[in-house]
Design a protein around this ligand. Structure first.
Ligand code: BTN
Length: 263
């Protein structure tokens, strides 16, 4: 466990200036996010350092869920960012970068589901998990975890997610190389994170089809029908409750779940 592999095929010819140039590749880890968070406890990590595992024994998902990544079927990757952050909300950056990469490199039309899912149709191809390490005095580091399903066939997914997950292979019938996908993703990641002329909320909205749609939202134990009005500059969801016409601004948190019935 924790054996570091050669990274030359990943970083050779990478088109970034900073992000993803420093990369640690592992055969197997429990979780790249957990490893990166642990590293942040122990040392100063340079901006844009990445940790990638070919498989994870305990991949972490959002809302206390696990992330299926026990085989070398995907890109299980964590990137470290240090404050001050250049774009907010941070979680929108990997999401938009992934949609662009899927379109331009794999010809897959993916779209975004608030707050941080990348879907093809109503199936998830990428999940994103952002964790923070607060050192106090305004110094915070972030770990941006991205799980991209690459080469699973339908039956490789467990029964829990077989109907709600997809992969690049399923969508295109083609085999893509992990090293190339890494380089492509990091290229778009750096562009969206560092280009000051890009408004990440506008980009997110462009690649989502939720605006003006009626959706079902589960909030704690309540199920409500709402119309999505907009995404605020903080990345919150502005909704109108269909029943009582109340307008609300919703923050992403555990207990909020959106069904994909706006498809
Ligand atoms: C989600 O539940 O949608 C978020 C999934 C995030 C999975 C990635 S895989 C790489 C990184 N390491 C983890 O343990 N989780 C994230």
């Amino acid at each position: 466990m924790n054996d570091i592999l050669r990274n030359d095929k990943f970083v050779r010819d990478i088109k970034t200036r900073i992000y993803g140039k420093e990369l640690f590749v592992f055969d197997i880890l429990d979780s790249t996010n957990k490893y990166a968070m642990n590293e942040l406890e122990n040392r100063i990590i340079e901006e844009g350092t990445c940790y990638l595992a070919l498989s994870q024994t305990a991949g972490i998902g959002t809302s206390g869920n696990s992330w299926e990544s026990d085989k070398a079927f995907g890109m299980w990757l964590s990137t470290v960012l240090n404050s001050p952050v250049k774009k907010e909300p941070l979680v929108f950056v990997p999401a938009v970068a992934m949609v662009k990469m899927l379109k331009n490199y794999c010809n897959i039309s993916a779209h975004l589901k608030w707050p941080n899912d990348v879907l093809v149709g109503n199936k998830k191809i990428t999940g994103i998990l952002v964790q923070a390490k607060d050192y106090g005095s305004g110094h915070v580091s972030f770990v941006l975890g991205v799980g991209l399903n690459i080469s699973q066939r339908k039956n490789d997914f467990s029964s829990e997610i077989i109907d709600i997950a997809t992969s690049i292979l399923i969508e295109t019938g083609e085999h893509y190389n992990l090293e190339d996908l890494y380089k492509e993703y990091m290229k778009y990641f750096e562009m969206f994170y560092t280009d000051e002329s890009i408004n990440i909320v506008d980009e997110w909205i462009k690649h989502s089809n939720m605006i003006d749609k009626i959706i079902t939202m589960k909030r704690d134990n309540e199920i409500i029908k709402v119309k999505v009005l907009s995404i605020t500059k903080e990345g919150y969801l502005e909704i109108e409750n269909i029943k009582n016409r109340n307008i609300e601004i919703i923050q992403a948190r555990a207990g909020i779940d959106i069904k994909s019935d706006y498809e």
